[in-house]
Design a protein around this ligand. Structure first.
Ligand code: AMP
Length: 227
């Protein structure tokens, strides 16, 4: 399966990717995660990407495409992948199509997660993550009494808010999404690849809609998606 999950920040792509990773045994490739890791490691890409990320702007295509090209060449991506947060503009979408054409492995589907922006701002304001294992939690949906530290890591590090999850930056990221990324829905619809789902619901309900969307693929593409 080679799919793109498209949607505004906070629309649930990352959460649903985790489900698809387990179900299909293919990796989630999140350019946001790859860039944050490059920043944390202080690589050249990371140093160049940091300012754009902190201000909610897109990182330049050259860096993002360099990172994605390296990641797609890794062994675990040979049998398929879930792209989360990439592509984010038309130039990236075209570059991706070219990379996959060379490999003879085109996309099977693009799923668009639709969520109201008011809901997104609420979801993101509650998002906290563990800097050690990368797991994401939400203070709005966590059961009462959930401690403010990661219970998945042995030394229980504190959960922190991503700098670009502060409200003013989230608004900027939504504008960027609306101007540069949302128009890709039309680009993929014209190729017959787009499936839209209403992602304004609980996690399990959205998973059910996602599965139904993937099952609505033509049989030939579903067979290739299962490989
Ligand atoms: P995300 O975790 O996907 O919301 O990404 C966090 C930030 O990383 C974004 O606000 C951008 O600054 C940068 N970023 C992630 N993916 C891309 C991409 N495909 N193109 C450009 N910038 C990106």
């Amino acid at each position: 399966m080679r799919i793109v999950l498209m949607g505004a920040p906070g629309s649930g792509k990352g959460t649903q990717s985790q489900y698809l990773v387990e179900r299909f045994g293919i990796p989630q490739i999140s350019t946001g995660d790859l860039l944050r890791s490059a920043v944390a490691r202080g690589t050249e890409y990371g140093l160049r990407a940091k300012a754009a990320m902190d201000s909610g702007q897109l990182v330049v295509d050259e860096i993002v495409l360099g990172i994605i090209r390296e990641r797609l060449a890794e062994k675990d991506a040979a049998g398929g992948f879930i792209l989360d947060g990439f592509p984010r503009n038309l130039a990236q979408a075209q570059a991706l199509a070219d990379m996959l054409a060379v490999l003879g492995k085109p996309l099977d589907a693009v799923v668009l997660f639709e969520v109201d922006y008011a809901e997104i701002i609420k979801r993101i304001s509650g998002r906290r993550s563990c800097q050690q294992c990368g797991r994401v939690f939400n203070v709005h949906t966590a059961p009462p009494g959930t401690p403010p530290h990661c219970d998945q890591c042995d030394d229980k590090p504190p959960l922190v808010q991503r700098r670009d999850d502060e409200e003013a930056t989230v608004r900027r990221r939504l504008e960027v999404y609306e101007q540069q990324t949302r128009p890709l829905a039309q680009y993929y619809a014209a190729q017959g690849l787009l499936r839209s789902i209403d992602a304004q619901a609980g996690v399990q309900q959205v998973t059910a809609r996602l599965v139904a969307a993937l099952e609505s693929l033509p049989a030939a593409r579903r067979r290739s998606a299962a490989r």
